[in-house]
Design a protein around this ligand. Structure first.
Ligand code: UGA
Length: 429
């Protein structure tokens, strides 16, 4: 088959390389000339483990291409996958400009009976608008389907090669057969749903996971009031098979390019269909308020930030990525700067991104190593659980100034740190 993937973000590039690895001819299409130029040279413009190698291997086979030219890719394509970004508006509604602009660009070039697949996360009902937007620009017959994406950044290649399931939303037997055939090499359960159910499955999955994180964060707040340890609580409740021990890390709340946006969107979508007092409004509000609340408490505990040097370890929104969308550092660092602290930021991969997205400030510096970041620190905030950070031997460092150590992901040994003179604080304990 020949496949075009429109949008070369991490979903688009990973999917393109994986479909190419199944032997298909794949075109990655993007309007961003710089990105395409870089991908043509097998340089991935963001950090994602294993992706560059996969890209190189597939490009070497001669059937994976990147282009800005729709007329080169679409006329040959049996399947066109829309994987462009769907950012949120200020009001939390989904902004579908990129989706409709992709429709407009692809419509004049369609091959008869092509399948247009929506992989971008869009609210239920949008497939009909996408279909009519394309149909208004072409007489060529085509079908619409939805194949939502469930991969995680940082493990995108692994998740795409080993998905828990493949969801195909379509009302056509023929379209289902073609898309099921495409995904067969993944050896995952393949589900056939309606287009609307497929899109609801994507939103529901992210909304559930965000709710689960918010739930354990709320439980951890209660634990802090009564001397319980949230990690002990998790070990006990997790043995209930209905609950499980996975995906259960309390912390400063969820971030990234998906959960905050998708929870806001499902909340806004619910309101638009007259479900005003929905759970998702509340989840979003609790998550938005979490970092200011925790920073405020920390400020009181350490006797203010004015004049203190703070090492912030981990600037990306999670480990193994340089993506800083909705990263906790974006709230934590401005808070510290505003309260008079000097901040030394460190991240194994995201420092260059940080320099672009964090404010330039005479009290904000970036360190090249953890050693350098913590050297003068009165306070260490271990923000992201990069392996390099969690395996760093803090407890072997002699600490004479009683550095305060805030372990926002409960990754470090409290006793060890205490014996070396650190004052330790975790979350929910
Ligand atoms: C998330 C979903 O996990 C994917 O299934 C989905 O495909 C993706 O969004 C998407 O919609 O594209 P991602 O945002 O890459 O993936 O990362 P996660 O590992 O799920 O983490 C999201 C946020 O939740 C991070 O801020 C993370 O620190 C936080 N988190 C995660 C917790 O606070 N506690 C946990 O137990 C797990």
């Amino acid at each position: 088959m020949t496949i075009s993937i429109i949008g070369t973000g991490f979903v688009g590039v990973v999917s393109a390389a994986v479909y190419a690895s199944f032997g298909h001819t794949v075109y990655g299409v993007d309007i961003d000339e710089n990105k395409v130029a870089s991908l043509k040279n097998s340089v991935v413009p963001f950090y994602e483990p294993d992706l560059e190698q996969l890209l190189k291997t597939q490009q070497a086979t001669g059937h994976l291409f990147f282009t800005t030219d729709y007329s080169q890719a679409i006329p040959q394509s049996d399947i066109i996958i829309i994987a462009v970004g769907t950012p949120s508006t200020q009001e939390g509604q989904v902004n579908l400009d990129y989706v409709f602009s992709a429709c407009k660009s692809l419509a004049p070039h369609l091959k008869p009976d092509a399948i247009v697949v929506l992989k971008s996360t869009v609210p239920p009902g949008i497939a009909k608008d996408v279909e009519s937007s394309i149909a208004s620009l072409t007489q060529t017959p085509f079908s619409i389907a939805s194949v939502p994406e469930f991969l995680k950044e940082g493990t995108a290649v692994h998740d795409t090669l080993h998905p828990d399931r493949v969801v195909i939303g379509t009302n056509s037997d023929k379209v289902f057969q073609t898309l099921a055939e495409l995904h067969k090499p993944l050896q995952a359960p393949i589900l056939r749903l309606s287009v609307e159910s497929a899109q609801m499955a994507k939103y529901s999955s992210n909304a559930y996971l965000a709710t689960r994180i918010t739930f354990i964060n709320e439980i951890s707040d209660i634990c802090e009031k009564n001397g319980a340890d949230v990690e002990e609580v998790i070990s006990a409740i997790g043995l209930d098979k209905r609950i499980g021990t996975h995906y259960w890390y309390p912390g400063l709340g969820y971030g990234g390019s998906c959960f905050p946006k998708d929870v806001k969107e499902i909340a806004a979508y619910s309101r638009s269909v007259n479900l005003h007092n929905n759970l998702f409004n509340t989840i979003d509000r609790i998550n938005e308020e979490r970092i200011p609340k925790i920073m405020n408490n920390l400020e009181t505990t350490v006797g203010g930030f004015e004049g203190k040097t703070v090492a912030v370890l981990g600037l990306a929104f999670k480990p193994n990525t340089d993506d800083m969308r909705e990263a906790p550092s974006l709230k934590v660092i401005p808070y510290l700067l505003e309260k008079g602290a000097t901040v030394i930021g460190y991240d194994p991969k995201a420092t260059e991104t940080a320099k672009k997205v964090l404010p330039v400030h005479d009290r904000l510096q970036y360190a090249l190593t953890i050693d350098e970041a913590i050297k003068q620190a009165h306070l260490i905030i271990a923000l992201i659980e990069w392996q390099e950070i969690t395996s760093y031997p803090f407890a072997q460092k002699k600490n004479e100034i009683n550095t305060y150590f805030f372990d926002t992901r409960n990754q470090f040994d409290e006793q060890e740190l205490k014996t070396r003179g650190f004052v330790y604080q975790g979350v929910g304990r």
